[in-house]
Design a protein around this ligand. Sequence first.
Ligand code: HEC
Ligand code: HEC
Length: 462
Amino acid sequence: MVIVNSKYFYVLAVVLFFSTSCRKAKDFPESEQDPRLSGGSQTTFNNGSGAFDQSFFGLNAHDQLIHDIGDTKFSSAFVTAPAHVNPGIGPLFNNISCGSCHPSQGSGSPPQAGQNAGLESFFLLLSNGGVDARGAPADVPGFGNQLQNNSSYGKQKEGDYNVTYTNQTFTYPDGTTAILRAPTYNIVNTYLPFPANTKVSPRMAPSVFGLGLLENIGDATIIAMSTQAQTDTNMIAGLPNYVWDVVKNKLAVGRFGHKCERPTIEQQVAEALQQDIGITNKLFPNENSYGQPQYYDDGLSPEINDSTLNALVYYMRTIAVPARRNVTDATVLRGEQLFKQAKCAGCHRQTIVTDVNITLPQVSNQTIHPYTDLLLHDLGPGLADGRAVYNASGQDWRTCPLWGIGLTQIVTGQTTFLHDGRATTLEQAILWHGGQANYSKVFFTHLPKNDRDAVIAFLNSL
Ligand code: HEC
Ligand code: HEC
């Protein structure tokens, strides 16, 4: 038994009284928050190769099990039917599993230059410039919306594609140079003549952590970021995309994909299953060749049951965000100051508060640092694909979230950036910015070399 000396107890009680009860709770200013907590309470301090695959904190045993089932499904290869496990791939597909395109839940890479693409973490979206009844890009007859360059069941793949690069030399005002590679995509060996004037949009797989937090950034918050900037000439106005929500059957604010073309994680995942792997599901019950000469109904739809799809969606919603590193380093702090001065933060928003969410408390009311506004911005002709999607023009792209970007090499073993992976360094990614980001790019290029390095050091701390 512990005997408390009554005199000390009295002193302790008085100290506690004055240190707690007399002080009124004060507001917690942004500057006092730990800058490492990129994902608010859902920030992981794992900064190794598993940094993009840590589950949310505070999941109960049941929810953790669902997360783990989704995690396993994410990395499992689908095979041709009939089979006991994961049947139903194809007949037309791009790759065999989610994980082969999002390696270690990180971003992918473009195909090897000069040779036809095989199983890539990459695909080409297509359109003929027209729109369908819902405002989505109209299908290209015989090819749909996405070129599937692999097939099973004796069906023919839609075609092959390859990329070649032309090097351009960028010269800084101080005379330093950097090489930028501009890609050209060629579509060859198509099973039908490829329609002329087809618009082609190359897409590299982005990383997939922290998406539950991004999904819980409210529509009103996204719209406010757009409208505020339209009235304040010091800010950079982006536009929300409004895209077809297949569950709600109406237009909704888009969040996912390089042009914000999908409103929810569920729709994104279901469409990935159908388009990228050829797995029909409750939201997309037809094979991706529907309406094309090769289509046939194998009578197996849905090829993934609803509960497995739900687990995959839940998994995608509940991956934590890696914490920042080196936040007190003087060079990193200098880089952050320059990042703001260059107005990079006008699009790559540093701080956003998510909506209240009573069904998933982990994403509710979180102060996060995603470095995106989930808005579309015109980045100029250099990055243009010419393929419009709803509100997004052929020059518009979604501001890439930059959280975790400094861990890309550690997690995926390589670095390629931008929607098509043309940049192999962060410096090149910045130099490709134009259009609404031209001020930022010019600001960056006029900095002395050590300050440019500080900006890169800052990006690497994210
Ligand atoms: C062939 C490669 C490929 C496969 C297979 C694939 N993805 Fe993707 N994924 C991509 C690409 C490319 C994008 C960007 C699409 C766009 O811009 O519209 C993407 C985007 C996403 C996004 C949106 C991320 C964001 O920040 O906007 C999620 C979530 C996602 N994929 C999950 C999955 C899941 C789950 C699977 C398995 C069912 C899967 N993907 C299979 C290539 C792939
Ligand atoms: C007008 C809005 C805007 C401004 C200002 C802006 N960016 Fe971006 N940034 C974007 C968009 C949009 C993309 C995606 C482009 C793409 O996918 O091709 C992007 C992509 C990037 C990427 C590549 C990320 C990845 O994962 O591939 C980096 C790095 C980046 N920006 C850094 C910066 C820096 C540093 C600045 C300031 C010097 C800056 N950006 C200013 C909109 C902006």
